[in-house]
Ligand binder design. Sequence first.
Ligand SMILES: Nc1nc2c(c(=O)[nH]1)N[C@@H](CN(C=O)c1ccc(C(=O)N[C@@H](CCC(=O)O)C(=O)O)cc1)CN2
Ligand SMILES: NCC(=O)N[C@@H]1O[C@H](COP(=O)([O-])[O-])[C@@H](O)[C@H]1O
Length: 225
Amino acid sequence: MPTLSSSSDYRKKRIAVLISGNGSNLQAIIDHQQQHAELYEIAIVISNRPQAFGLKRAADAHIEQKVIDHTEFDSREAFDAELQKLIDSHQIDLVVLAGFMRILTQDFTRHYLGRMLNIHPSLLPKYTGLNTHTRAIEAGDKEHGLSIHFVTPELDGGPVILQAKLEIGADDSADSLAEKVHRLEHLAYPQVVQWFVEDRLSLKDNHAWLDQNCLQTPVEFNADI
Ligand SMILES: Nc1nc2c(c(=O)[nH]1)N[C@@H](CN(C=O)c1ccc(C(=O)N[C@@H](CCC(=O)O)C(=O)O)cc1)CN2
Ligand SMILES: NCC(=O)N[C@@H]1O[C@H](COP(=O)([O-])[O-])[C@@H](O)[C@H]1O
């Protein structure tokens, strides 16, 4: 429980969860929040895809949900600007990317630097990007897993907070491996969210890292959306 200097100082943390698909990580966080309602609330769930099943998960949990469809915007910057406007209208303390499948612009990631998390299905820095399970199997790796990290302009390059590992079985397929990783994700992500809302997690010690990696080395993105 966070320490209180006075009862008026404490405000329950508010998080936004961004999704693009099934939302099983969102569900794990919903289930965790319902057991820790004194710590935080999920103020909004946002999807860039209208058909994301995670939207139903949010509705069933009586959480506000909204679609901002990236295909309706002329540029990545315009999409991100709309996303930021919606998030900032909800007094959000933490942005949680949970299977959110859009590369975010430099301005957007800098705006939320130190208060935006992502979960990635590999042992970073191995296999940034997509199709990580297939790549690990094809490389003949014996172990795989997940990484939870702060989001920075560099895709999947932010400071890693937690990693969880598992063995790749000889008969594992990309689907069976994804299932194993999902089970670990659903344990790990709520724990990291709890550390953040309890003020036990910050980028404060990484100023040098931030100066070197974020504020001086702009990362160019493919402007096509
Ligand atoms: N600037 C950053 N943006 C995002 C980060 C990040 O660390 N920095 N994390 C990703 C999450 N992610 C992997 O964990 C990821 C998501 C999406 C893509 C990608 O190639 N997206 C394509 C579209 C793919 C699709 O729509 O199916 C794209 O945006 O053009 C790579 C990695 C979230 N964003
Ligand atoms: N590059 C981002 C990425 O691949 N994220 C991965 O998408 C899945 C979303 O599942 P979910 O929608 O069931 O939470 C998760 O396995 C997550 O690690």
